[in-house]
Design a protein around this ligand. Structure first.
Ligand code: TXA
Ligand code: MG
Length: 348
């Protein structure tokens, strides 16, 4: 199939948006920007359409999709037993990078929820995404628009690299603002539980609804705790190279990465380094990529996945990354990075 490229970097093109909406309503697939990462959208209420998402991405069918809505009253159509915390969180953070897990209503097909009786719901904070949801009928199921196992796409070009010829349309809305996927909070538990860290931190959630805990399965060190979000158990974001995260005092980390990179290069290996802007000049060899500034943590989340993709394209053999435990987004950045590294962390 020929994938239509819809350039909306300078604003919404109404003609192309009508076409995108009709593709969705007819059961097709449209990739679109959100504030977090690009999504691959289909009509969430059409089981056949959402089935195509799994096929295009090569995604395991037990991994449920997030349903994207554009207005609050859509929530009551697809969710049941909605607790008051959901409304408080929606008021505080929607539209925005927060996904809520709630009981599902009968109109949501189980193919979208991976057979679960709960549904993930989010209202994205991006005018193209909101216009597409409106034009596509109000309920768009969308995972990140990458091939399963690759880093989530933060530009339309990343989507094209993975899915060209497999989907009906890609809407280019430029680079995304946040760069890591939404925070997921499960409101079906007695104490609301974060299943995936994101831009909205646990502290921000607690400031609105009080007690919130983290899914103990997220740390991954103890195999007796499995993550509750089915997607969190897969080794996502795995670069082709061996990735090691180096942690410790800034000075020790810089010295260790510089030494390890020199050793790798002297063995004839190609070596990538992921550094903060503040540290980049400390490295004497290797391909150094600046994620962003520790003083402006969103610049780090914005660039992380793009750097991992670039190192794949360059075919580097090993990657050493600094650790980025920044105050708000650090938990999300480190969750993705640690998974990409297959839990390979060196403390210095
Ligand atoms: O920022 C985002 O959330 C992006 C954009 C496109 O909105 N979407 C995204 O979707 O990251 P995806 O499919 O890559 O990740 C969805 C995660 C998966 O880990 C999935 O297992 C989990 O949400 N999930 C979905 N429905 C669930 C449910 N009912 N219970 C538990 N986890 C669920
Ligand atoms: Mg994903």
């Amino acid at each position: 199939m020929d994938t239509i490229w819809a350039d909306m970097r300078d604003g919404i093109d109404e003609g192309l948006m009508d076409r995108a909406g009709s593709i969705i309503r007819r059961g097709g697939l449209v990739a679109f920007p959100t504030e977090t990462v690009y999504g691959l959208g289909a009509d969430a209420l059409d089981p056949e359409a959402s089935g195509k998402i799994y096929q295009a991405k090569g995604r395991p069918s037990d991994n449920p999709l997030i349903v994207h809505i554009h207005r609050l009253d859509s929530l009551e159509k697809i969710a049941r037993f909605i607790p008051k915390q959901a409304y408080l969180l929606a008021e505080a953070f929607w539209p925005g990078p927060l996904t809520m897990i709630l009981g599902k209503s009968d109109i949501v097909p189980t193919s979208v929820t991976g057979g679960l009786d709960t549904v993930a719901i989010r209202m994205p904070d991006h005018e193209i995404a909101l216009a597409l949801i409106r034009s596509g009928g109000g309920y768009i199921a969308a995972p990140s628009a990458n091939t399963s196992g690759r880093p989530s796409p933060t530009t339309a070009q990343h989507v094209k690299d993975d899915l060209d010829g497999k989907i009906d349309m890609i809407i280019d809305g430029g680079s995304v603002g946040i760069g890591v996927e939404s925070t997921i909070i499960d409101l079906t538990e007695d104490v609301p539980m974060v299943l995936r860290p994101g831009f909205i931190s646990v502290d921000m959630l607690r400031s609105v609804i009080g007690d919130v805990r983290m899914d103990p399965g997220l740390h991954g060190d103890d195999p007796s705790f499995r993550p509750k979000a089915p997607g969190m158990k897969y080794r996502h974001y795995a670069p082709k190279a061996d990735l090691t995260i180096v942690e410790g005092s800034a000075e020790h980390v810089r010295a260790a990465i510089d030494r390890l990179a020199c050793e790798a290069v002297s063995k004839g290996l190609s070596c990538g380094i992921i550094a903060a802007d503040e540290d980049a000049s400390s490295y004497h060899t290797g391909i150094v990529r600046c994620a962003g500034s520790r003083a402006k943590e969103i610049t780090i989340s914005q660039h992380l996945f793009g750097i991992l993709r670039e190192f794949d394209d360059l075919g580097v053999d090993v990657i050493y990354s600094e650790s980025f435990d920044t105050p708000q987004i650090g938990a999300a950045i480190m969750n993705r990075l640690i998974k990409a590294a297959g839990h390979h962390i060196l403390s210095v």
